[in-house]
Design a protein around this ligand. Structure first.
Ligand code: BES
Ligand code: MN
Ligand code: ZN
Length: 499
């Protein structure tokens, strides 16, 4: 399979050699340079396009091999559709779709002339978004494929993007590339199997952020015991692998400004514990650390682009296993906040991990806002499928900002309700709260549970059980793990907490 070696930028000019891509709007409407270039094609572009039924419709393409009269080995004309109406989402998708065409062409050198029909604007941001689409589409989790490496068809592609202002495009890409890298960090963590990535190994991955200037602190069992994090520790006690709590701090903003806090569920594997899950599909629970992965990926993006913001990431890392020492249904634990929790189902473990992680975060860092991400409930898949993550919040302004950032980043969110009526469902005669409220409104009662540990701080919870992994493949993601949340969190920080 073709891999992406490098993306570079040069000035917009006619393609020469190798595989070349040019862009066409509807009715085969080309930019000036492309128009001039294809005028050399013997027989003319119009004839080839007519025969192939190509007219520049969105995400269609015309592939001309060894085009007579042109100084390239292959010319791909990629359709933009109505080029006046293009959005950032479109440019990102185009990058992915064009990379897929180049993979089919099995080439190690290609150029894309990023030129649009006259009168249409192509910003540096759109160019960077195109490059982001290329990079994300090119991602494959293939570290464990020992044979593919000798495949004669596997090539490293050097891609040149030809643009009007190469310097400005490089600058925009240096920012976006940090975000793309953050997404890839998250995808790698989620795709990695749990035998390789336990809580200790995951914490080490978080520590790698130190290279980017992030301060990382890792708490072990002893420290967590001292902090009385019995909810988190109760989940971990059935595993032979000890838990960790990793704290990542990026201080790119003004001194003393309260940080944005990102909190992640990091269950490296969720068997369900004593309330064990059915065997079918259980392998997917290697991805039950998707929230923690999104937090590490977002910290990578934010530090990588040197954001002028203070951000703290906190991830609770545990393995949920059945064992002689595992916690039982009926057990009552006292969380760090002092709240007592009756465990009715050991498979509702994510909220127990987050209960202590959230309380610790708000108490220790007094954040301006706190956002947790978790592959928390199967019920959110019933409600929203793979296409939206569920958003819950005790603060309308924060919820609105998140919805706007979701739109801008192309990582969709849908807000679901919270209310004290729902809160009653998790009352129990035996303790302050129970850890499940039954089947109905399962995502909402889970969110109500978390809210009790936000201590009235502006807080939002993103249930990413449907979006972190297993979503349908698309233009920019061919991998099981999507890296969902990284672009969204980065966007929120960029739009509201920087400068
Ligand atoms: N990790 C699961 C939720 C999940 C399910 C994530 C499917 C991704 C895909 C979570 O820990 C869990 O088991 N939740 C239970 C809660 C129930 C016991 C109240 C669920 O959703 O069934
Ligand atoms: Mn579970
Ligand atoms: Zn879980």
């Amino acid at each position: 399979m073709t891999k992406l070696a490098k993306i570079s930028f040069s000035k917009a000019e006619a393609p020469k050699g190798g595989v070349a891509v040019i862009l066409a709007g509807e009715d085969l409407n080309l930019g000036t340079i492309a128009n001039e270039f294809v005028s050399g094609l013997e027989g003319g572009l119009k004839r080839a396009a007519d025969i192939a039924g190509f007219s520049g419709k969105k995400k269609t393409s015309l592939d001309l091999v060894a085009p007579a009269g042109l100084a390239v080995d292959r010319l791909i004309v990629f359709g933009l559709g109505k080029s006046e109406e293009l959005t950032q989402d479109d440019w990102r998708a185009f990058g992915g779709a064009v990379f897929a065409e180049l993979q089919k062409a099995k080439t190690d050198a290609a150029s894309v002339l990023l030129e649009v029909p006259e009168g249409v604007d192509l910003t540096d941001l759109a160019t960077a978004e195109f490059a982001m689409g290329v990079k994300l589409r090119a991602y494959a989790f293939d570290n464990y494929k020992t044979k593919a490496k000798d495949d004669a068809n596997s090539k490293d592609l050097k891609l040149t993007l030809k643009v009007v202002d190469a310097k400005a495009a490089r600058k925009a890409w240096s920012v976006s590339e940090a975000v793309a890298d953050g997404v890839i960090v998250a995808r790698n963590l989620v795709n990695e199997p749990a035998n390789v990535l336990g809580p200790v190994e995951f914490a080490k991955k978080a520590q790698e952020l130190e290279k980017l200037g992030v301060e990382v602190e890792v708490l072990g069992e002893k420290e967590m015991k001292k902090l009385k994090m019995a909810a988190l520790l109760g989940v971990a006690q059935g595993s032979v692998r000890p838990p960790r709590l990793a704290v990542m701090r990026w201080n790119g903003g003004k001194k003393g400004v309260a940080p944005v806090a990102l909190v992640g569920k990091g269950v490296v594997f969720d068997t369900g514990g004593i309330s064990i899950k059915p065997a079918g599909g259980m392998e997917e629970m290697k991805g039950d650390m998707g929230g923690a992965a999104a937090v590490v990926g977002a910290m990578h993006a934010i530090a990588g682009r040197k954001a002028k913001a203070n951000v703290v990431g906190v991830i609770g890392l545990v393995e949920n296993m059945p064992d002689g020492n595992a916690q039982r249904p009926g057990d009552i634990v006292t969380a760090m906040s002092g709240t007592t929790i009756e465990i009715l189902n050991t498979d509702a473990e994510g909220r127990l991990v987050l209960a202590d992680a959230l309380w610790y975060t708000q108490e220790k860092y007094n954040p301006a806002i706190m956002i947790d991400l978790a592959t928390l409930t199967g019920a959110v898949l019933v409600a929203l499928g793979n296409l939206n993550a569920g958003l819950f919040s005790n603060n309308d302004e924060l919820a609105d900002n998140l919805l706007a950032s979701a739109k801008a980043s192309g990582e969709p969110l849908w807000r679901l309700p919270l209310s004290k009526e729902y809160d009653k469902i998790i009352d129990t005669p035996n303790a302050d709260v129970k850890n499940t409220g039954g089947r109905w409104a399962g995502s909402i009662t889970a969110a109500q549970f978390l809210q009790r540990f936000a201590n009235d701080k502006p807080w939002a919870h993103l249930d990413i059980a449907g979006t972190a992994f297993g979503a349908p493949k698309d233009d920019i993601c061919q991998s099981w793990a999507s890296g969902y949340g990284v672009r969204l969190l980065n966007q929120l920080v960029a739009d509201h907490y920087e400068g």
